[in-house]
Design a protein around this ligand. Structure first.
Ligand SMILES: [Zn+2]
Ligand SMILES: [Zn+2]
Length: 161
């Protein structure tokens, strides 16, 4: 959900060795409160913008994939700056889709999450606003994602995936 005038969809790691630009806004923005995201960030949640891998243009440097073990066994690679090791995006399932850590954008306030997910493990002191839907685990994509975004996802992954 775009909440501010977007001046730039550029972002980068902390040290500046990796810079990127999103060619378009993401399909959807999840704020994930699952335990994996909490542990992997050391924070309360992570804000993931779901976007086609080829819509991330690298302007400088090249992030390195670090594979995370998962309960499901599905691959989860976190792409990190080779210098400062800050995480820029994730690849779940080795599909042509990335989950960009939206606070690495220069304009971190440009997007609000479209949904809160895995709120069953949300930290108790985090209070959610009522204008963003929240889900214990996950949601039905067909009812939550905008039609345009569903089309983009279908074009990328095919129907019913
Ligand atoms: Zn860096
Ligand atoms: Zn998560």
């Amino acid at each position: 959900m775009i909440v501010a005038e977007i001046h730039s969809l550029e972002g980068g790691c902390f040290c500046g060795a990796v810079r990127y630009r999103l060619k378009t806004p993401p399909m959807f923005v999840n704020c994930c409160h699952c335990r994996d995201c909490q542990r992997q960030t050391g924070s309360a949640f992570v804000i993931n913008g779901v976007i086609e891998a080829d819509r991330i243009e690298l302007l400088k440097g090249k992030p390195e994939a670090v594979s995370m073990p998962t309960e499901s066994g599905r691959p989860h690679d976190i792409y990190r700056c080779p210098e400062c090791r800050i995480a820029l995006w994730s690849d779940y399932g080795r599909r042509p889709m990335r989950f960009v850590r939206m606070s690495t954008l220069d304009d971190a306030a440009a997007f609000a999450p479209d949904a809160h997910i895995f709120t069953r493990s949300k930290l108790p002191w985090v209070r959610l606003s009522e204008d963003i839907p929240a889900f214990d685990i996950f949601y039905d994509m067909k009812t939550q994602w905008p039609a345009d975004s569903l089309k983009r996802r279908e074009a990328l992954l095919g129907q019913g995936k």
